[in-house]
Design a protein around this ligand. Structure first.
Ligand code: F6R
Ligand code: MG
Ligand code: MG
Length: 365
């Protein structure tokens, strides 16, 4: 039997401001998914939120990009939006870019990370959810998980992983993709992955047998909508253990709170802070950006769990470091590299300023 895990997320409204998804939205989504489980479209589900984003974690046997599953998620987000409007929540329906569902939720606003696999005798899966950042935020941690032996000891000492992994990378500007293998093409891969706003890891497979290991939501809302409609706040699904990085290797990269684009107005660099779900609420300057990690066992499609993996005192130092970095970055105010480069900002007054200055700009002799 093949199991599909679909994680579909959207920001359809929050309190206070772009903060926290309202419990009434989560409840509505749960009711809708419970009904779909009753009707046997879903095997199981888990609804959660990372900051203002509502995440639907669903298991089923319909495969990836299934119309019924995507429509179910769309319907849940629409119903959530209706509640958000009633409560006058902030940003009600902000990530739903269309009025009507057209067969696939991709390109309609919500983020999607899916994978289908034959269950192993025991199949641990980690679902990562971010708020106030973009899909490229996963580039560095995923690279470390699947290609860096200083993170994942298994790459060196576990024969089942020793041949490495294949990375599928999307160019989100040109809508192109490329597959590259590690360790052989490590340097070439890093040449792309360092440009986190453009080259984004979509999938990772084990090289030996092409078994799926990781899947990331790569939607870039701002590119799709052609104007600012919020950051893309990505999710990722990663399989662990027995031929994949161990659960501890999967979460290890997040101990380093690396700088990512997002934070206030989607226009600032800041540290990605690993947090327990209850702390996935970015407040200070709408941040700093957060990542949470929910661990499940998949048992005949059932979601056993979750374990809230960053709810661990071993991450306290990472959080303290993230707070120090946040303080340091904040003191730059409107200056780069805290503020993003002009072409990466989600919205900007620069064209208006340039227009106002008009012909006051003179040639330099
Ligand atoms: C960033 C984000 C927030 C908003 C900010 C301004 O992704 O969602 O930082 O950009 O709160 O929001 P508006 O323009 O709605 O007042
Ligand atoms: Mg929002
Ligand atoms: Mg968000």
């Amino acid at each position: 039997m093949k199991t599909t895990i679909s994680v579909i997320k959207a920001d359809v409204g929050s309190i206070a401001g772009h903060g926290l998804a309202h419990p009434a939205i989560l409840k509505k989504c749960e009711d809708i998914l419970a009904k779909a489980k009753e009707e046997e479209l879903l095997i199981d589900y888990y609804v959660t939120n990372c900051g203002d984003d509502t995440e639907l974690i669903m298991t089923h046997q319909q495969g990836e990009e299934n119309e019924e599953i995507h429509e179910l998620a769309w319907h849940a987000f629409l119903e959530g939006t209706a509640i958000a409007k009633e409560l006058k929540l902030y940003g009600a329906g902000q990530d739903l870019l269309s009025d009507t569902f057209s067969g696939n939720i991709k390109g309609m606003g919500p983020g999607v990370a899916e994978m289908e696999f034959e269950e192993r005798p025991s199949d641990p899966v980690v679902v990562f959810c971010c708020d106030k950042t973009e899909p490229g935020a996963f580039n560095m941690p995923l690279y470390k998980m699947f290609a860096d032996p200083f993170t994942t000891a298994g790459l060196v000492i576990d024969p089942s992983m020793h041949n490495g992994f294949e990375f599928e990378v999307f160019d989100v500007m040109e809508h192109k993709k490329v597959k590259m293998t590690c360790p052989d093409e490590m340097y070439d891969l890093l040449a792309l992955l360092g440009t986190i706003s453009r080259y984004v890891i979509k999938r990772i497979r084990r090289r030996d047998d092409k078994e799926i290991a990781a899947s990331v939501s790569t939607e870039r809302l701002n590119l799709m909508a052609g104007k600012y409609v919020g950051k893309d706040d990505p999710v990722a699904v990663v399989r662990a253990q027995s031929g994949f990085p161990a659960a501890g290797e999967v979460v290890e990269p997040f101990a380093f709170p690396h700088l990512v684009g997002g934070w206030m107005r989607g226009s600032h660099n800041g540290p990605l802070m690993p947090v327990a779900q209850k702390n996935a609420y970015p407040v200070r300057f709408d941040g700093p950006p957060r990542v949470m990690a929910l661990g499940f066992q998949i048992a005949d499609g059932k979601l056993v769990g979750p374990a809230d993996m960053f709810d661990d005192p071993a991450y306290d130092r990472s959080r303290a470091l993230a707070s120090d970095i946040a303080e340091y970055m904040r003191r730059h105010g409107p200056f780069e590299p805290h503020r993003l480069p002009a072409d990466e900002m989600e919205y900007t007054t620069l064209p208006g300023v340039m227009e106002k200055l008009g012909n006051r700009f003179e040639d330099i002799e």
